[in-house]
Design a protein around this ligand. Structure first.
Ligand code: ADP
Length: 508
């Protein structure tokens, strides 16, 4: 079956976070399950430059203020449709913000255009491609189910694909002023609770959550969390009413890109059966960060956006405890200036013990995974999280907050998990400095028992973190949706607000 994936970033062409990793890895994994996935992405310079053998398959005279065309070609092994619209996407740098970090002022038009192109492809605009499902990722693709829905109202006889909406992070919802409705090509009737309206404006993600046949998010625990007032970020009420079509499918990682047995970024390669190479990687990493050699010191690592979500202010506060355990830390990340400054200052105050690199560096991320003893992920919320999955595969023992996908992917080293040989890391809750410090102490205690530590590493490295199982779940979901089973009989209609209000009794 054919599926169209609609996404605003895709590895290795353009990436700001885990969304790109997921979008880049899913198509190959799905091919093994008989799904032909093509991906529609904005025609950023990095995408157009990489596109090989591209042909224009569909012209649009006017789309969000200018002419556009849909190109079809291949890049980095991906089967891509690129929306070539220079007035929207021919801009340097980050896909969402300008050089000063401000959102592009026309982001509503830019990503509405992507969604309109998705609806056209879904409606059969490109010869030889008639997807049974359009799979929209995050708010940037959230209007795709809306355009499909309203097109189906206009032409009910046409066959339309089913829509799947995946939430990679509910914190980003794409809310814009209501007066844009007409210029985004949506009918006036769309501005309702049953449509795109969200808190008096237009909510791109909200629209997708309301109008897609099925909703997924990237872990079962996050699926439960986002339907609660605490985790729902204003959309809990809507998600509760759609609970019967909401599910969590864990992310995997690309095990070819993340393969310690063949990783060109490592000083020495290693495997679960032959982990000795980790020693050379740890030495090389410490040298790179100017840390003192002391092989007996437990080396923690962090690879992360530096933001409130990731809980790294808690780690900053917990550093004295980490240092009191004679441990060391390397951190790679960028984001919040206060956190960048805080960690840089901590490194300056503890030379040889804390090493910090501010920035984004794919190769260094691999070196850190291959060289640290433990990876810290103290997130306040985490839809799935990818770095802990890479850590498992690379033998870096994850120390994580017990939230979202971190809860679903790491087996805490409690008594029973240790007894049955299942433990892969350390979890802590609640997400506070004190609990994080306790987790650091637990890790340090385990580190002092080399046999126990090796067992944790081995368990982690043998965990299947590939896309194989998740891709099978997506393939099954697509088939259900394409066969018209998307709306199950138990689904309640959405009647009232989307702000955590209980739904009204469904009509009979
Ligand atoms: P999120 O998408 O919320 O940022 P994830 O854990 O889902 O977090 O995915 C983050 C991805 O980005 C991982 O592949 C991680 O290795 C990578 N990453 C994050 N920060 C950096 C950085 N500073 N340098 C290199 N890679 C990074």
């Amino acid at each position: 079956m054919q599926v169209l994936s609609v996404v605003s970033e895709i590895y290795p062409l353009i990436k700001t976070g885990g969304l790109a990793d997921v979008a880049g890895a899913l198509p190959a994994a799905l091919a093994r399950h008989g799904v032909e996935m093509r991906s529609l992405v904005p025609g950023y310079p990095a995408v157009l430059d990489a596109l090989e053998g591209s042909k224009s398959v569909h012209d649009i005279a006017a789309l969000s203020g200018g002419p556009a065309r849909i190109l079809h070609g291949r890049a980095a092994g991906l089967d891509l449709y690129a929306l070539d619209a220079p007035h929207l996407y021919r801009r340097p740098g980050n896909p969402y913000v300008d050089a000063t970090g401000q959102d592009w002022p026309d982001n509503a038009e830019r990503f509405a255009a992507l969604c309109q192109a998705a609806a056209r492809l879904g409606g059969g605009a490109a010869a030889g491609f008639s997807p049974g499902v359009v799979h929209a990722h995050d708010w940037q693709a959230g209007l795709a189910p809306a355009y499909l829905h309203y097109a189906a109202q206009d032409a009910p006889e046409a066959s339309r694909p089913g829509a799947v909406m995946t939430v990679h992070n509910l914190a980003f919802q794409g809310r814009f002023p209501a007066h844009l409705l007409g210029s985004l090509g949506l009918p006036a009737s769309a501005c309702s609770l049953e449509g795109v309206e969200s808190f008096g404006g237009i909510g791109f993600l909200k629209a997708g959550l309301r109008l897609a046949a099925r909703i997924t998010t990237v872990s079962p625990t996050y699926a439960a969390e986002i339907a609660t007032p605490d985790g729902g970020m204003g959309l809990a009420g809507l998600l509760q009413t759609r609970a019967s079509v909401l599910s969590g499918i864990l992310n995997g990682i690309d095990t070819d890109v993340w393969d310690p047995g063949a990783d060109p970024h490592l000083a020495a390669r290693f495997t679960a059966d032959r982990p000795q190479g980790r020693g050379a990687n740890k030495r090389a990493l410490k040298e790179r960060f100017g840390l003192s050699p002391r092989p007996e010191a437990l080396l923690f690592g962090v690879i992360s956006r530096l933001s409130w979500q990731k809980g790294l202010d808690l780690l900053l506060a917990a550093l004295p405890r980490l240092l009191a355990e004679s441990a060391q830390l390397v951190l790679l990340g960028s984001g919040d200036p206060a956190l960048e400054q805080g960690f840089s200052a901590a490194a300056a105050a503890a030379p040889g013990r804390i090493g910090v690199q501010i920035g984004y560096d794919e190769g260094l991320a691999h070196m850190i995974q291959g060289g640290v003893d433990a990876l810290l992920v103290p997130s306040r919320f985490e839809p799935c999280g990818l770095t802990q999955l890479c850590a498992l595969r690379y033998g870096a023992v994850p120390v994580v907050a017990r939230v979202g996908g971190l809860n679903d992917t790491i087996v805490d080293a409690n008594e029973m998990a240790l007894a049955v040989g299942a433990a892969t890391g350390f979890q802590f809750a609640p997400v506070t400095r004190e609990a994080l410090e306790q987790a650091i102490l637990r890790a340090a205690a385990a580190w002092r028992d080399p046999g126990a530590w090796r067992q944790l590493q081995r368990n982690g490295m043998r965990t299947d973190v590939s896309w194989s199982r998740p891709a099978g779940k997506y393939a099954a979901l697509y088939r259900e949706v394409a066969e018209g089973l998307g709306k199950r009989s138990g689904e309640r209609d959405f009647m009232v607000g989307d702000a955590g209000i209980e739904p009204a009794t469904p009509p009979v």
